[in-house]
Structure formats: C-alpha cells, structure tokens
Design a protein around this ligand. Structure first.
Ligand code: ATP
Length: 236
C-alpha cells in the first residue's frame, strides 16, 4: 500500500481550475518529484496535500486514512510536513526559537530536546548559530533552517516546495544532498521543483505537471531520457 495516494483531485481558485483529475502516489521510503513549469499547479498540489486548500473532487489518503477534509494542523499531526517555498521563517526570532516552533504539536513537543539535538547533528551550522536572528542569515542558511524546523515536527512525509529557488549553485547542491540524507534516515520525500534536471537526478520517480494535469510519469531515469522532457524542460 502506498503511503500517500492522490486520486483524481480537482482544485479550483474560484472559477479557475488549477488541478484537474490529478492522481499520484508515493510509496514509503521513496523520493518522488513533481516537476513542471511556472504556474503548472505544483504549489497548488502541495498545498492541497497539506490541507491548506480543499479539493473539489477526488480523494487524498495518507497511511490508509482519508485526509483531504482535515484541517492543515491535523494533517501536520499525522506527520505530513511541508517546507514551504520562500522559507516562511519567523524573521525576528533566533534560529533556536524558529526550530522549537516546529514542534508545537503535543505529540512532538515532548520530544523537543531530543529532536533539537538530532537537527543540530544533521545541520551543525545551525548549532553554531543558534542565537542568531533568522533574518540576518544568508538565503542558504535560511533554507537549512526551514528544513530543520520541518524536521522538528517528526515528518513521515516531508514535502519540499522549490527548495533550490534563488540559491547559488553550490548551495543548491548542499540542499539536494541534505534532502538525500534525510531520505536515507527513513523519511519519505515529495519534492516539487521547477529545476527538472536536479529533481529527476535525485528522485526515484517523477510526475510532470502541465497546465494542471499529469502529463507524464515514470521512473526518474526514463523521464530524463524522454524526448519531450529533454526538449521542453532540459533544453537539450
Ligand atoms: P510556481 O512555480 O510559479 O509556484 P506552480 O506550478 O507552483 O508555479 P501554482 O502556484 O500551483 O503553480 O499555480 C497554478 C495556477 O493557479 C496558476 O495559473 C496560478 O496563477 C493560479 N493560482 C495560484 N494561486 C492562486 C490564487 N491564490 N488565486 C488564484 N489563482 C491562483
């Protein structure tokens, strides 16, 4: 059984249909990516899984439970955690305060100290800077902090919305390596990326969203060799 199953969901903004009959699944332990151009509906999909948006039709189940009618905080409590695009940190709070806010849910609150140690082990730079005010850090450090905060919520499924957006190439590599090591620790990953090459090199399987529908899907190696993808997304 898949950990996450999305079945024929349609999502609207008013009259505008942003996703139409989208189906996808993520198995436990997989890294799956959702790729596509600007405006294809990637953020809409992640926000619908997170419970921020509600599908008009279709269903989303996580670990066998229907979650598409739950509130966002209830989805978080089940271990479906989003690292949002643009970081959305608390800019005037310290690194440590931002991390602690990642474990507000009662179930994770009791493990706060242990989880903080784990995050500091994985991201030693955050440990060095725990008293630093978030807004004074570089873009790359802020992205690491956003990922650290998500880890404080004990994710079962961790969803990244454009984690490499606006980062210098060296930092992009660091963020992608970090995603890989998080996955290696047993966290299932759903990665949304406009950078199709990076995403497909990292993931096991991918879905290509085009104008709100799934155009192509398959193992990452197949998608990387697909002539349409090469031409439309990889500039080859
Ligand atoms: P990007 O990479 O630019 O974030 P995306 O693939 O994530 O693109 P979405 O942000 O999901 O795409 O947008 C899908 C479509 O829905 C676009 O046409 C967008 O203009 C529209 N849209 C997104 N958010 C809203 C909103 N709050 N109200 C109305 N339309 C929206």
């Amino acid at each position: 059984m898949a950990l996450l199953t999305i079945e024929k969901i349609s999502v609207f903004y008013g009259e505008m249909c942003a996703l139409r009959d989208v189906s996808a699944s993520v198995e436990e332990g997989e890294i799956v990516s959702i790729v596509g151009a600007n405006g294809a509906g990637k953020s809409t999909l992640i926000n619908t899984i997170s419970g921020i948006l509600k599908p008009k039709t279709g269903s989303i189940s996580f670990a066998g439970e229907e979650i598409s009618r739950l509130e966002a905080h209830q989805v978080v409590e089940r271990g479906v955690i989003q690292v949002p695009e643009g970081r959305r940190l608390f800019p005037n709070m310290s690194v440590e305060e931002n991390l602690l806010l990642g474990s507000y849910a009662p179930a994770t609150r009791k493990n706060r100290a242990a989880n903080l140690d784990k995050v500091f082990d994985l991201l030693p730079r955050l440990a060095e800077r725990k008293k630093q005010i978030a807004r004074t850090m570089s873009g790359g450090e802020q992205q690491m902090l956003a990922i650290g905060r998500a880890l404080m919520s004990e994710p079962k499924l961790l969803m990244f919305d454009e984690p490499s957006l606006g980062l210098a190439p060296k930092l992009v590599t660091q963020v992608l390596e970090l995603i890989q090591s998080i996955a290696a620790q047993g966290v299932t990953v759903l990665l949304v990326e406009q950078n199709v090459q990076n995403a497909l090199e990292l993931c096991h399987r991918g879905y290509v969203l085009e104008n709100g529908t799934v155009g192509l899907t398959g193992p990452a190696s197949e998608l990387l060799n697909n002539p349409h993808i090469k031409k439309a997304y990889l500039g080859l």
